[in-house]
Design a protein around this ligand. Structure first.
Ligand code: CTP
Ligand code: MG
Length: 181
């Protein structure tokens, strides 16, 4: 398989996992998931993880997966690359897994005494991708191993931080996000 095909499949398969966190930035607000609770003198998750952001972000990722399914024949025809189709189960594991990965990172950051919004390079760029990959691998192992071959997985690990840095810089420039990371 060519490098271009590998990268296209990697990005296509991960799009339902890329969108939720960005949508949460716009849709977030309201009641924090941890309800203000603390654990060992720090917030459990912090005000940056809200129910609304999580629900709307997940719904956006799932919707995108079905939108992409609609485009599968066009993409396959135009690019000559067999992009994967998303089942409902996989759409949910990718989108919800991304949100859970990000929530898990906040849980970890609060334990490390990092305030809301404080950067943790590496974790910030990969938490959502790892959450999406792990949840999909556990809940839909067949789809996972068929789609995420070793080269595709490697492409995900390289492309994700680059895309994340790029989209966050744009969100920051548009004043949608308080920090550029
Ligand atoms: N957001 C949300 N719910 C989520 C994830 C994000 O409402 N599950 C919204 C919040 O408004 C948050 C913004 O998106 O402030 C940016 O997300 P992120 O960078 O993940 O949160 P931070 O505010 O930086 O907080 P943390 O340090 O916990 O990552
Ligand atoms: Mg942040």
């Amino acid at each position: 398989m060519s490098l271009v095909s590998v990268v296209v499949i990697a990005v296509w398969a991960m799009l339902p996992a890329y969108v939720p966190n960005n949508v949460a930035v716009v849709a977030g607000g309201g009641r924090p998931i941890d309800g203000g609770r603390t654990w060992r003198e720090a917030r459990l998750l912090g005000d940056g993880k809200t129910w609304r952001g999580t629900v709307v972000g997940t719904a956006a990722g799932v919707s995108l997966a079905f939108g992409l399914n609609y485009l599968t024949p066009v993409a396959t025809e135009a690019l000559g690359i067999g992009v994967p189709k998303f089942t409902l189960r996989v759409a949910v594991t990718l989108a919800l897994g991304a949100m859970l990965g990000d929530i898990g990172a906040s849980l970890l950051k609060r334990r490390l005494d990092r305030e809301r919004g404080a950067p943790v390079p590496g974790l910030d760029q990969l938490d959502f991708a790892l959450g999406a990959l792990v949840l999909t691998a556990v809940v839909a192992p067949e789809w996972f191993s068929r789609t995420f071959t070793i080269p595709v997985l490697l492409a995900v690990l390289v492309a994700t931080p680059l895309l994340h840095v790029g989209t966050n810089a744009i969100a920051y420039a548009l004043s949608l996000k308080d920090e550029p990371y």
